[in-house]
Ligand binder design. Structure first.
Ligand code: GMT
Length: 376
């Protein structure tokens, strides 16, 4: 199959899912064409069957905002024609599903009928998509995709509640490549030379992640345990978090590692993962931590409870309830046996979301989508 993939190329979860799925399909022998404005961070363009097409937006002084959707649609049209794509799979509705609809119409006028699969990821629905400035266009592009998937049951429900949706939404949970996650004790010395407990958080440091709760929970943890907090990622709330840590007198214990490519290694040396988000359709970072055998303390919002099972793989608490989060973190950290047990259960839960189990579901969907429009 020749597959076109549109996604955000950044560190965000939707881009990671799109890239890992594309790499998996390429390993199965399909030709996978990524169409994005820069090379996706986890994409190795030297891998077999992987192609990368950059979307270039013309800078013109008349435009206050450059028309990215137009450039993206045009690129989708050209790549589909040149490489005889069988389908377009777009991740994150805004503006990808909208641009894909336009590309589909342009191609239709040329006699090419290509199915569009839209995967909804989270804030494209729960935060940005429902804003009145985007809502009609998002509703239209979801309803006019050939197949729509969401990454959790919770996101499916939210989509149906927020928008006037006339089509089925299939849930395909996010996945993780379990083979990448192996314990790496050697590397632990670098961050925890005195045997400190390693507490980790990974995100794009947006408000929705409630970064100040991460610091507040860690503040309570480190009163009882010799511990460090590793903060991975970049974003608008990072400096505020640094300041908060300084004010609490724990600046030396909170380490900001930025956009590191060593996510897997850091997770493999972690003892506990914190994800206190305000909204979270799935929580891919939590799943990745669990794959590394790391228990998760999280909020119970959105799709997180579909991943982090309260009392089994870690604990969940109401958004903002840092007292309970800290109390449960301390409970897990109380003794190696308990930490090990939660870690093992976390890994077992992650195994239900393996690439081998979830990857084929997308392929089945592609075949279904091709049947829907009839191959060309
Ligand atoms: O929706 C976003 O905030 C961006 C998106 C991303 O690109 O990181 O994150 C969402 O998609 C991830 C992958 O499916 C999910 O694991 C995240 O839970 C989800 N983020 C939110 O819902 C806040």
């Amino acid at each position: 199959m020749n597959i076109g993939v549109v996604c955000y190329p950044t560190f965000g979860g939707s881009g990671v899912v799109a890239t890992e799925l594309g790499k998996y399909l390429a390993r199965q022998g399909h030709k996978v064409h990524f169409i994005t404005y820069s090379q996706p961070v986890r994409l190795d363009i030297l891998e077999e069957n992987i192609y990368y097409h950059e979307v270039n937006v013309q800078d013109y002084p008349l435009f206050q905002y450059q028309p990215y959707e137009l450039a993206l649609s045009s690129k989708m049209v050209r790549v589909t024609q040149k490489y005889k794509l069988d389908l377009l799979h777009v991740h994150y509705a805004i503006p990808h599903a909208y641009a894909a609809f336009m590309a589909k119409q342009i191609l239709k006028a040329e006699g090419i009928n290509i199915p569009v699969i839209t995967t909804l990821h989270g804030t494209d629905i729960t935060l940005v998509g429902k804003n009145p400035s985007y809502k009609p266009a998002v509703t239209f592009s979801i309803n006019n995709s050939d197949v729509v998937t969401s990454v959790s049951e919770s996101l499916r429900r939210d989509t149906q509640e927020i928008f006037n949706i006339s089509r089925e939404i299939k849930v395909i949970h996010n996945f993780v490549d379990l083979s990448l996650y192996q314990a790496d004790d050697n590397c632990k010395n670098a961050f925890a030379p005195k045997g400190e407990k390693v507490i980790t958080h990974i995100s794009n440091f947006r408000k929705v992640k409630r970064i100040s709760d991460v610091v507040a929970v860690f503040h309570r943890i480190q009163k009882e345990h010799n511990a460090v907090l590793l903060m991975l990622g970049e974003g608008p709330e990072k400096e505020r978090a640094r300041q908060q840590a300084q004010e609490l007198g724990i600046g030396d214990k909170v380490k900001f590692l930025g956009k590191t490519s060593e996510v897997v290694r850091v997770l493999c040396i972690s003892d506990l993962f914190l994800l206190p988000s305000e909204a979270e359709s799935f929580g891919l970072a939590a799943l990745e931590a669990m794959a590394a055998g790391v228990p998760v303390i999280s909020s119970n919002t959105g799709g997180i409870p579909e991943v982090n099972i309260n009392g089994v793989t870690g604990f969940t608490a109401d958004v903002g309830d840092v007292d309970r989060m800290a109390e449960k973190a301390l409970y897990i950290l109380q003794g190696d046996a308990r930490l090990y047990q939660f870690g093992r259960q976390a890994r077992q839960q992650a195994e239900k979301f393996s690439l081998e189990q979830i990857g084929p579901k997308y392929f089945e969907l592609y075949q279904e989508a091709l049947g829907l429009v009839g191959s060309h």
